[in-house]
Design a protein around this ligand. Structure first.
Ligand SMILES: [Zn+2]
Length: 460
């Protein structure tokens, strides 16, 4: 499996940068090494070795950090063993700390010690090559370059790069997603999903407050970039003369068909990335507690094949959500709605309006003036409308309070159900459409007040 952190198109862009020979050399040599490694890795194992089932207790070393000393020899010499103090070598110590974070996420939250699940020691090699612009999983260990010092900083610097690469190892030993086309984009996406969860967990962030950026800090100052990828807004991570513009897509409407980058695995991964972020934000709380468990179950549960496409994986996540959270059907509803929002699952209930995505720049309830509610659907198919002015109406302050408590930016519509009502709540020009079962208690009260005020039912 080929799992390099920096997409080949970005390295190719650097290699062709005529103005800076050093930088072009860094991009070119990284591409050449990557091509050699791809050939070596073709026969990497998909399943854990059968004889290693007793390794958990007999081998106390969880992780060992090694250095290649700027050569391309793997695994290199031991730089920091498990449990030993900081070395003063920044890359070694960063790798030590970030590998602890991702190890702990998998061991504690997903009951998976090590990538192969048997407690095997994780080997991480840093200081790989010269000006090496990448990090990768080579089929049995993790490898990190120091960057070129002009565009890319050390690949050990953002902790989520480590988690991204480690997750490629987990995928290899579980679903074994073929690194090509849609299964390849899922392979990439799953790595970003666990990378973001590792970062959020280390920083103590919930899904709503997380930045959902991947590789934040990987670019040196002077590069116009937030990160390498954005999960909530694919295509917005960078825009710089040396890098070009982030080409990731976040919706099936923009799906890229190409033969480059294994069929655009780093481009189309934005679609399942965004589905996970939307689902986690809608489900709320800590991303690894519910939505993350759903994705982990779909990846490792044996239900998806190596060549699964987006729709097949989406169906597996909805199935996992239903199975894992039988008493909380909202989880499966949010997961399904997220895949609908990125266009992977079609909105399939006839006559029910497609759920709208809450825009990020929602009109805050304190500022908006016009509040309108429309109720459609239902067995009789009647439409009911109500509208009032929040500044003039005596119930304005009460409604504003309810709307603020409802926190509209975090709401996301779940799956539509036959014959249930669908509500559209509009604040000035902004609006949100939710099926009845997804209304929060505050929104229930809001729509009750506004529709009661309206009185009659419009059967048109
Ligand atoms: Zn990757």
């Amino acid at each position: 499996m080929t799992c390099t952190f920096v997409p080949p198109y970005l390295l190719a862009r650097l290699a062709s940068t005529g103005a800076d020979p050093t930088l072009a050399g860094a991009g070119r040599s990284t591409l050449q090494v990557d091509a050699r490694l791809r050939d070596q890795r073709a026969g990497a194992p998909r399943q854990p070795p059968a004889a290693r089932t007793t390794a958990v207790s007999s081998d106390p070393a969880e992780r060992v950090i090694r250095t290649a000393d700027h050569t391309e020899q793997l695994p290199g010499t031991v730089a920091r063993a498990d449990g030993s103090p900081p070395t003063g070598d920044v890359a070694v110590d960063e790798a030590y700390d970030s590998s602890a974070q991702v190890w702990d996420l998998f061991a504690t939250e997903f009951n998976r010690p090590s990538a192969d699940g048997t407690g095997s020691t994780l080997t991480v090699t840093v200081h790989y090559g010269q000006d090496y612009d990448n990090a990768f999983w080579d089929g049995s260990q993790l490898v990190f370059g120091d960057g070129d010092g002009q565009v890319f900083d050390r690949f050990t610097k953002p902790m989520d790069v480590m988690a991204h690469e480690f997750a490629h190892g987990v995928t290899q030993y579980t679903a074994g997603l073929t690194y090509e086309g849609q299964s390849g984009a899922l392979n990439e996406s799953v790595s970003d999903v666990f990378a973001s969860m590792t970062k959020q967990r280390a920083l103590g962030q919930d899904a709503v407050s997380a930045d959902w950026l991947i590789g934040e800090g990987i670019f040196l100052p002077g590069i116009n970039a937030k990160a390498l990828r954005s999960m909530t807004e694919p295509g917005t991570a960078y825009d710089d003369p040396r890098l070009g513009r982030d080409p990731q897509v976040g919706s099936m409407a923009d799906y890229v068909t190409t033969t480059e980058d294994n069929g655009g695995v780093h481009l189309n991964s934005g679609i399942p990335n965004r589905a996970f972020a939307l689902a986690a934000i809608a489900v709320g709380g800590l991303s690894w507690e519910r939505t993350g468990k759903v994705w982990y179950d779909a990846l490792t549960g044996g239900e998806v094949g190596a060549d699964v496409d987006f729709a097949g994986f989406a169906a597996a996540t909805v199935g996992s959500a239903t199975r894992l959270f039988p008493d909380d059907s909202a989880v499966a509803g949010h997961v399904r709605a997220a895949w609908q929002q990125v266009g992977v699952i079609a909105t399939d209930v006839a006559g029910t309006p497609a759920p709208t995505t809450p825009p990020v720049d929602v009109a805050p309830a304190e500022q908006a003036r016009r509040l309108a509610v429309r109720r459609t659907g239902g067995f009789a198919g009647a439409t009911r409308r109500g509208e009032l002015d929040l500044d003039d109406d005596p119930r304005g302050p009460q409604l504003r309070q309810l709307l603020q408590r409802a926190d509209l930016t975090t709401l996301s519509p779940g799956a539509a159900s036959p014959d249930r009502f669908v509500y559209t709540v509009a604040l000035d020009a902004w609006q949100l459409t939710l099926p009845e079962q997804d209304l929060t208690p505050e929104l229930h009260e809001v729509v009750r007040i506004v529709l009661d005020d309206a009185g009659g039912v419009d059967l048109g």
